[in-house]
Design a protein around this ligand. Sequence first.
Ligand SMILES: *Cc1c(COP(=O)(O)O)cnc(C)c1O
Length: 379
Amino acid sequence: MDNSRIYLSLGVQSGFEKEYISKALEDNWITSGGPNVDNFESKLQNYLGENLFVTALNSGTSAIHLALILLGVKKGDEVICQTMTFSASANPILYQGATPIFVDSESETWNICPNTLEIAIKDRLKKGKKPKAIIAVHLYGNPYKVDEIHSIADRYQIPIVEDSAEALGSTYKGKKCGTFGSLGVLSFNGNKIITTSSGGALISNSKEYKERAIFYSTQSKDNEVHYQHSAIGYNYRMSNICAGVGLGQMKILDENVIKRTENHNFYKEIFKDINVVELFEVLNKHSFSSYWLNTILINTEDPHKNKESLRLTLETKNIESRPLWKPMHLQPIFEKYPYYGSTVAENLFKKGLCLPSGSNLSIEDKKRIKEVITVFFKT
Ligand SMILES: *Cc1c(COP(=O)(O)O)cnc(C)c1O
């Protein structure tokens, strides 16, 4: 049997990537910005919905950073952030010299908990500071409680940065994830649902935000003949070559979402009779998950049957799996900042594992995965 490595989340190519890149090379458009970038942005705008402005950038992290800059986050400000996430959601708060305030998850979507969020906001207000922004994340492709979270944010008039890096293709009440926040963020890193090799995008419904995002991401050049700068600039714009990859990838975005849904159904079948394992499922009928990654919780005290033991067993068969994100408030770099909540995120981290969920998983790959998991829980 083939023993080649099965990765956690690899993509596939449509075949059109090469054409867009070749054209850029032929035209000598090898720089940041350019026709592929404009075209990629307009394809994304069409995909996401009406009246949206998309700015293509060189990473999702840059997009989050620019979102905070556009919302005026400065040194000494406070920014609320979902604790259960990848560090890239929170790092830009520190880039701005602001203070992250971490908030626990709820157990239905694993995302930021509305009740705890409100407690955090009230307490920060009592302490004399109104948070400048809330970073909410659609973890693993699963929409957070959009209505609840946004109604709280609206009540206190705090803008939301919607980290949709893992949720391109997911929807809430029929609307695409990434389009709910004051600013939305996408990532096109190599392991995401589509890739530009490295890349990201900022989404908003304001033309002004887009113009300012382009301004900051291209070194904040003032409108002068010479190079003049009255604001700090960043080199964050997407390159014309990367956007060529993105244009090729847009052709298979819908297919990828279908493939990931099929992966989910594959795991549903495997785990339906394994009682100690809880496969994460979206239960809210308003939410559609792309299931960017399939995740499980293993409810056992048995050290031979826990998530680490399953991970190591999969590894012996050259199959990659990975613990869930370690919550930010437990990270050495972030543990000194305020945290609101209890142990929901911490328990997810203790019990949870991400399973191979790439758009490239073959029938053979699935056979190998199924074999290992079934034997692991049988013996
Ligand atoms: C991948 C990811 C990012 C960062 O995107 P990059 O393109 O890798 O910079 C941000 N937030 C979350 C939740 C992510 O998974």
